[in-house]
Design a protein around this ligand. Structure first.
Ligand code: AMP
Length: 185
């Protein structure tokens, strides 16, 4: 049962418009289905967009932000609950614990770091939660091709792709979560 989704995504206001549209659709769909959002607590970029969409749809949003980012005035105060923590590690623990599934929208270094961590932790058996890569405009293709390369070169197992599911649209994300048809473990 998916009650909360942790969304990792870009903090950039300069991302392509198509990604903002995708983030807004994801947020609206979550609110419609009564699924709460857990995210990094920023009011910028796709993070601000997805959280605003959930709030406007009447949903619940919990953000977790480290104090140094709050002090930079990038925290989102218009959400259901904002948790200010001391370290990035503390924040990541809450982000990984509070979501029942992870959805990854386009993003930069921060998003890549969060994605790699939850894939690695799943690989190590620390969690068994669905990880869905929302492949807006084929954003994740270069990374997926890199994953194939490291598998071909023997640095990850042949079944590396069972840790995540690639979706083209937010609607596909919901369909997969509702039917439970994520990657077999
Ligand atoms: P990036 O993809 O580099 O823009 O980083 C976005 C991810 O890192 C988000 O999922 C956040 O958890 C975290 N993050 C990076 N920058 C910020 C910010 N200004 N405010 C809040 N979280 C951020």
């Amino acid at each position: 049962m998916i009650r909360n989704i942790t969304v990792y995504c870009s903090s950039s206001n300069h991302a392509p418009k198509a990604y903002f549209d995708c983030a807004a659709r994801l947020g609206r769909g979550m609110a419609e289905r009564g699924i709460g959002l857990v995210f990094g607590g920023g009011n910028v970029g796709l993070m601000g967009c997805v959280s605003d969409a959930v709030m406007h749809g009447g949903g619940t949003v919990r953000g977790i932000i480290p104090r140094f980012l709050e002090e930079k005035e990038v925290a989102h105060y218009g959400i259901s609950e904002l948790f200010v923590v001391e370290t990035m590690h503390e924040r990541k623990m809450k982000l990984t614990e509070w979501g029942d599934a992870f959805v990854i929208l386009p993003g930069g270094f921060g998003t890549l770091d969060e994605l790699m961590e939850i894939i690695t932790w799943k690989h190590l058996g620390h969690h068994h939660k669905p990880i869905l890569l929302l492949n807006c405009n084929g954003f994740w293709e270069p990374l997926l091709s890199f994953f194939r390369r490291i598998a071909e070169e023997g640095m990850v197992g042949k079944n590396h792709d069972r840790y995540y599911t690639v979706c083209s649209t937010p609607e596909e994300v919901f369909g997969i979560l509702e039917t439970g048809e994520t990657e077999p473990l």
